[in-house]
Design a protein around this ligand. Structure first.
Ligand SMILES: CC(C)(COP(=O)(O)OP(=O)(O)OC[C@H]1O[C@@H](n2cnc3c(N)ncnc32)[C@H](O)[C@@H]1OP(=O)(O)O)[C@@H](O)C(=O)NCCC(=O)NCCS
Length: 191
């Protein structure tokens, strides 16, 4: 049984000081689930690479890397938006989420997604969030549907799963347009 203090965590954008903990988190989460498109095979386990990645998020105004972090600095969940780089796609942010297995079913995923979507709502560039989910990933599909994402088709045999392959379901969430919002005012409302 966990005490309230052990359960406590904060949801906030990643800083460079999180690089080490983020590395540890990824090593663990990539080994725990096959439902992320990136796996251990594609993971470069070096803290400086992770710091570089965090820095790149800071320099893209339509992208954000959000973490769920415990008091001792351990990262227990991650949610990211990578905004399009081209003029014609910069209004679309591709979302990704992962939570450590030990923390599943405790509301971490929903909190991470809700806070990150709120950030996207206030971003003047983003008009749509997009993601792709394994057709067999019941938990994630339920979470996305609950938050307003709608299914936009089916990508057959799009992901390798061990010796087999899986279909991916593209899902999208339209954001209200807020013309005139200042880019400088983006990071707020973290709790
Ligand atoms: C998907 C994932 C992020 C959910 O995180 P979580 O912290 O366990 O989710 P929450 O406890 O916040 O649950 C949020 C909602 O998800 C849905 N959900 C979660 N687990 C579920 C399950 N096993 N079956 C059905 N729905 C589920 C529910 O709608 C739930 O809302 P509710 O509790 O109000 O009913 C987590 O399981 C995970 O990291 N999985 C591995 C990586 C992954 O699949 N990422 C998505 C790739 S597209």
């Amino acid at each position: 049984m966990h005490t309230p203090a052990e359960e406590a965590y904060t949801i906030r954008p990643a800083g460079l000081a999180d690089a080490d903990a983020l590395c540890t988190f990824k090593r663990q989460v990539f080994g725990e689930t096959e439902f992320l498109l990136q796996g251990l095979e594609d993971f470069d386990d070096r803290v400086d690479i992770e710091a570089d990645l965090i820095g790149r998020f800071h320099h893209q105004s339509n992208s954000v890397l959000v973490l769920a972090v415990r008091r001792d600095g351990q990262v227990i969940g991650l949610c990211s938006i990578v905004g399009g780089h081209l003029w014609r796609t910069r209004h679309v942010g591709t979302m990704s989420i992962g939570v450590l297995r030990a923390w599943w079913h405790r509301g971490v995923g929903k909190r991470l997604m809700t806070q990150t979507i709120r950030w996207a709502d206030e971003n003047p560039l983003l008009e749509k969030l997009a993601l792709q989910v394994h057709s067999t990933n019941t938990a994630a599909r339920a979470l996305y549907t609950r938050l307003g994402f709608v299914e936009e088709g089916l990508l057959r045999g799009e992901a390798k799963m061990g010796d087999g392959e899986d279909d991916l379901v593209p899902m999208g969430l339209r954001l209200p347009k807020r013309p005139g919002t200042l880019v400088q005012g983006l990071v707020r409302h973290w709790d």
